[in-house]
Write a protein that binds this ligand. Structure first.
Ligand code: NDP
Length: 314
């Protein structure tokens, strides 16, 4: 089957749904492909307390359900399938879903998101939402006056540790090397914080606890003669070892950075291909917040609308 659309939105997190709301309200009748995790990363979290407009907080799943309904109300066609092939070499763009259906699109808005990188320990899955988190800004508040650890030694890990140090009583950084990778300024700020302690040359190999995280199993000097193992009591275990943008199908078609994030011509959402726009975490290695993703989703829909007006001869 072949379908035609003015705007194809790929992905259904806050960026995708917001793009859907704006594009449908602009009478563009967009098609939105939800992908294999409808609602995106936020459906995996519990309460969201930092999205403006919800003084009591809201469940991630509930917010995504509301955004979906808002999209449909204005005429976005939501398709519960995944786009797994795109051809951006000429306009209109030809994309294909996982059933083999072809979608011919005048513009494409990519909102495929990113996934936090985890260590791959089975305990991370066991305690997810029970002490394990990959977002200090989202979950730090639950650890006021508690002991927490941040895994990683990059900019994100330092920022997360600094943020947590204003809430938690003690923050450990678990760093596998004997140095941090973060910028000099961030490192200095971390070193100057009294309640942050860096455990260099350490790896977490597991977590323990009855109903939630009560501590982590740590190995220092892994594989070396002086290897030592110890348990570190803590209640929050934050991963900050990078993110993986979901952009593999665009490799070779769009300009991506070394980590796979889509490069956009900031402050617009234009990508290296005219008529293709990117919004949300797939193009954002820095902020990665629901509200900032929603903001870029809005901008992408407006960019697509302007592109269609400028190319109305298409
Ligand atoms: P990075 O890739 O820069 O750092 C990842 C960190 O996690 C490194 O310390 C790395 O260790 C460690 N790590 C990776 N895998 C494992 C593992 N399996 N076990 C233990 N440790 C692991 O990611 P970031 O998210 O920190 O940053 C991504 C990009 O965003 C960077 O370009 C960064 O500069 C930028 N950024 C900038 C900010 C700012 O300017 N304010 C804020 C946040 C991000 P190792 O060093 O040993 O590889």
């Amino acid at each position: 089957m072949e379908k035609h659309t003015k705007v194809l939105i790929i992905g259904s997190g806050p960026a995708g749904y917001t793009a859907g709301i704006y594009a449908s309200r602009a009478n563009l009748s967009p098609m939105l492909y939800e992908g294999d995790q409808p609602g995106g990363q936020l459906t995996q979290t519990t309460e969201i307390e930092n999205f403006p407009g919800y003084p009591e907080g809201i469940l991630g799943q509930e917010m995504m359900d509301d955004l979906r309904k808002q999209c449909e109300r204005y005429g976005t066609e939501i398709v519960s399938r995944t786009i797994d092939k795109v051809d951006f070499s000429k306009r209109p763009f030809v994309c294909q879903d996982d059933r083999g259906d072809v979608i011919v699109a005048e513009t494409v808005i990519i909102c495929t998101g990113a996934k936090a990188r985890y260590l791959g320990l089975s305990d991370e899955e066991k305690y997810r939402g029970l002490g394990v988190s990959a977002c200090a800004t989202c979950d730090g508040f639950f650890y006021r006056k508690r002991t927490v650890a941040v895994v990683g030694g990059g900019d994100t890990a330092c920022e997360e540790a600094l943020y947590l140090s204003t809430l938690a009583s003690k923050v450990y950084m678990i760093v596998r090397k004997d140095h941090l990778r973060a910028s000099h300024t961030l490192q200095q700020r971390v070193f100057n914080k009294e309640n942050i302690e860096i455990l260099f040359k350490c790896n977490a190999t597991g977590l323990y606890g009855e109903d939630g995280v009560e501590g982590a199993h740590i190995v220092r000097h892994l594989g070396e003669e002086k290897e030592e193992r110890f348990d570190l009591p803590l209640e929050g275990f934050f991963l900050a070892i990078g993110h993986i943008p979901a952009t593999h199908i665009f490799r070779g078609q769009l300009d991506l950075d070394g980590e796979g994030y889509i490069r956009v011509q900031s402050p617009t959402t234009r990508t290296s291909v005219e008529g293709v726009f990117a919004a949300g975490d797939c193009a954002d290695p820095i902020y990665r917040q629901a509200v900032s993703a929603a903001g870029t989703g809005c901008r992408a829909a407006m960019d697509a609308e302007r592109f269609l007006v400028d190319h109305s001869d298409l």
